[in-house]
Ligand binder design. Structure first.
Ligand SMILES: [Zn+2]
Length: 137
């Protein structure tokens, strides 16, 4: 019995070493990937309860394609681009969660600008390029 246990442990160690080597230089997981896994899982779950054939098919298609994106992103060697995607995603989440501010992008330099909510129409000056624009807050 101890022999098999040792053999299994040895196999697990070797697999882990192989996996670590395989993942070297690859992007791996991030919050965007976790969110995408939930999206695909959600699509799959909903598809189980949808009686309409075409909607069901569409959901299953979403399930597989989103999962494909997750695998692609994890194994990607273009870590810079994946990191930027994740950052963009986190910024969107932050904007949704932030109930006290409204977020705008400067029309000239795309710099994100945050202003307090509910102040009516206000003049905003971009902190980066000093461009002035008015928005409803
Ligand atoms: Zn600007």
């Amino acid at each position: 019995m101890k022999g098999i246990g040792g053999w299994l442990r040895n196999l697990a160690t070797r697999f882990l070493a192989w996996f670590q080597r395989f993942m070297q230089g690859r992007y791996g997981g991030d919050k965007l990937n976790i969110a995408l896994v939930w999206v695909s899982f959600g699509a799959f779950l909903i598809s189980l309860f949808i009686p309409f054939k075409w909607v069901k098919l569409a959901l299953i298609l979403i399930y597989y394609s989103v999962l494909g994106v997750v695998i692609f992103r994890s194994l990607s060697r273009n870590t810079y681009k994946r990191y930027q995607e994740n950052r963009k995603f986190l910024r969107i989440i932050e904007r949704i969660r932030d109930r006290e501010h409204k977020h705008f992008d400067c029309p000239r330099c795309r710099q994100p600008v945050r202003v307090p909510r509910g102040k009516g129409k206000i003049a905003i000056t971009c902190p980066k390029c000093k461009e002035k624009f008015t928005r409803k807050s």
